[in-house]
Design a protein around this ligand. Structure first.
Ligand SMILES: N[C@@H](CCC(=O)N[C@@H](CS)C(=O)NCC(=O)O)C(=O)O
Length: 250
């Protein structure tokens, strides 16, 4: 196992493998949520975990430290340099503070009270900070890149050790993307895709993005990146990272 995959798996473990399971009964907003954030921020991770849990998509505007593409926009909108910052065009709500965002998303789209574990804010923040330490500087600082004309699309779930390195590169390169939430809701999804294929198991997910991915590509694999600028669709985290670096390096 590479060092990259090992520390990504460690980060997911330090979070108790939150951000994997998805509910199938949450309400989908009509318009995409907008999230200004950066990948290796402990508070942003908490919000992304809840996006997975509630099976919510979001337009992600990466704001790594030293970033020049969306940071100013976020500061102009919210008034300060603090991340995460959520905008919900469906209700007009805009807010800072990860725990406020968690409560908002549960009440608005989960039609439920916030689960008990999300009320233990300090515990969540400490474990998310440990996960951040596991990834050291990955997904924190901006690197130069060419801006895409259209936002990319990433099929991902927060706790995936394979999807994380892709999100980190998207973040560092300040490439905006639509996060297509693809958590797990079926037991068969816990098996590795190759074993699943060998055993002929089709998990039968009802989650909208997994259904769409299966229809589009004939298989489900996370992460999956679609780039509307080139028409390319790619599975496999290493191949996706190589593609992003090739396509969007300055
Ligand atoms: N209490 C806030 C804390 C947010 C916070 O401190 N975020 C850091 C990043 S982890 C931040 O915005 N730092 C300023 C910066 O990166 O410019 C929350 O839970 O959302």
């Amino acid at each position: 196992m590479s060092n990259n995959l090992f520390t990504s798996t460690l980060a997911s473990s330090l979070r108790g493998w939150q951000g994997i399971r998805a509910r199938t009964d949450a309400q989908q907003p009509e318009k995409l949520l907008t999230l200004y954030e950066f990948e290796n921020c402990p508070y942003c991770r908490i919000v992304r975990e809840v996006l997975t849990e509630l099976d919510l998509d979001a337009h992600i505007y990466p704001c790594p430290k030293g970033g020049e593409r969306f940071r100013d926009e976020a500061i102009a909108r919210g008034g300060k340099a603090q991340f995460p910052y959520l905008i919900d065009p469906n209700t007009g709500a805009e807010m800072y503070e990860s725990m406020d965002i968690v409560s908002y998303l549960y009440q608005q789209y989960g039609h439920d009270d916030v689960p008990l574990r999300w009320r233990a804010a300090t515990l969540q923040q400490v474990s998310s900070t440990l996960a951040t330490l596991a990834r050291v500087t990955r997904g924190i600082y901006a690197v130069k890149s060419r801006a895409p004309k259209h936002s990319l699309e990433l099929y991902s779930f927060e706790g995936s050790p394979f999807a994380r390195p892709v999100r980190e590169v998207l973040c560092q390169m300040e490439l905006p993307y639509v996060l297509r939430s693809c958590g797990r809701s079926e037991p068969g999804e816990w098996l590795p895709p190759r074993l699943r294929a060998r055993l002929g198991i089709e998990p039968g997910s009802k989650l909208h993005n997994r259904v769409a991915l299966l229809e589009k590509e004939g298989k489900q694999g996370i992460p999956y990146l679609y780039d509307p600028n080139t028409g390319e669709g790619l599975f496999e985290s290493e191949a996706i990272v190589a593609y992003l670096e090739r396509q969007y390096a300055p």
